[in-house]
Design a protein around this ligand. Structure first.
Ligand code: GDP
Ligand code: ZN
Length: 331
């Protein structure tokens, strides 16, 4: 067999993995044996600090847990099997996930940030103004992670121009739920609460659209970490703050962090961007070539749909812009 060449970067990564494994094995040596601990039970990860994790038991009690060496780091929203010790617990397994949000770390490798999310609330406002390409990016990310996408037009107490309303209506026409809300006058919050019940949600959107204000209006004061969250964002520590899970009083959970609020289309390929444009799907299947890029190929179903007026030029432009961007990133 030919000897595999390993470059410096790969060698560094392998060394780091070795170090991590031996560190985990050492940490695990300090953990009590399984039969010295309480019975196995299910827990919900509230917040993860790598090898130390805060989990919530069925009774609502939160316990700091360590991980057995063979257990990969869980993230907020994960369901785990754990055992209680004297003061802290031990996580022995992470349950299979129904969804996982990742973002590239500084090596470009996907890093898990939150698990078992069902729904993405895309918050837009009259100020700073909403624009289609940004909404489309979030919709692509939501579709790629199989999340239900909901658009929230926030700050509904402020006047909004007709173009913005028409744009939001076009999303409703394509089957997306569009809600309006204002944390200033409280309008629309009941409908929003109903949308959030029975699901685990994340809030995304541009800075300044009122996400913190909405979260503060929806969560009771006891959830003090919301204050910490906006505080951390002020200091520009965005990516280092870990995701945390909160319960809404009327049902449903929120997973939030400054990083999640900026969640986008990182690490997606062209096919998944394409699938993120819902109303394109029936036309794409009419393209002559399976790998059609919908640019100047003959018999392109999407071009034909555009000419007939069946799809919006704004959405096609948006699709092209996102593809150009991710292909620029990946080389
Ligand atoms: P975030 O960056 O998305 O978290 O936005 P913030 O919650 O920090 O809000 C940004 C600005 O918008 C603040 O000055 C808020 O007072 C204001 N704001 C938030 N919600 C509303 C709203 O419903 N109506 C109005 N008029 N202003 C709002
Ligand atoms: Zn095509």
């Amino acid at each position: 067999m030919a000897k595999r060449k390993i470059n410096k970067q790969q060698q560094r990564r392998i060394n780091a993995q070795h170090r991590q494994r031996s560190r985990r094995a050492r940490d695990d040596d300090n953990l009590p044996d399984s039969d010295a601990l309480g019975p196995e039970q299910i827990g919900l990860v509230i917040e993860s600090f790598g090898r130390q994790v805060n989990i919530e038991a069925k009774d609502g009690e939160v316990t700091r847990c360590h991980l057995r060496a063979n257990v990969e780091n869980p993230v907020a929203g994960d369901r785990v099997i754990w055992q209680m010790g004297d003061n802290t617990g031990v996580i022995v397994a992470v349950e299979p996930r129904r969804s996982l949000l990742t973002r590239p770390d500084f090596n470009g490798q996907p890093k898990s940030i939150a698990a078992n999310i069902d729904q993405m609330l895309i918050v837009v406002a009259a100020q700073p103004p909403a624009y289609a390409n940004l909404i489309d990016r979030y919709l692509v990310a939501a579709e790629a992670h199989q999340l239900t996408a909901v658009i929230v037009r926030n700050k509904s107490d402020l006047p909004v121009d007709d173009d913005t309303l028409a744009m939001l209506n076009s999303y409703a026409d394509n089957g997306y739920t569009v809600l309006t809300a204002s944390s200033t006058d409280g309008k629309g919050l009941d409908a929003l609460r109903a949308q959030l019940a029975d699901a685990t949600s994340i809030f995304v959107g541009q800075s300044g659209v009122g996400k913190s204000s909405l979260v503060n209006a929806l969560l009771p004061e006891a959830n003090t970490a919301v204050g910490e969250l906006s505080h951390a964002a002020d200091k520009g520590r965005h990516t280092t703050t870990t995701a945390r899970l909160f319960h809404f009083p009327d049902g449903g959970d929120l997973i939030d962090s400054p990083g999640i609020r900026e969640f986008g289309v990182q690490n997606l390929d062209r096919k998944s961007v394409e699938q993120g444009f819902r109303e394109f799907q029936p036309f794409i299947s009419q393209c002559r070539f399976r790998d059609c890029r919908h640019e100047s190929e003959p018999d392109c179903g999407l071009q034909a749909a555009l000419e007939r007026g069946d799809i919006s030029p704004v959405r096609l432009q948006s699709y092209r812009q996102i593809v150009a961007e991710i292909e620029g990133q990946h080389g």
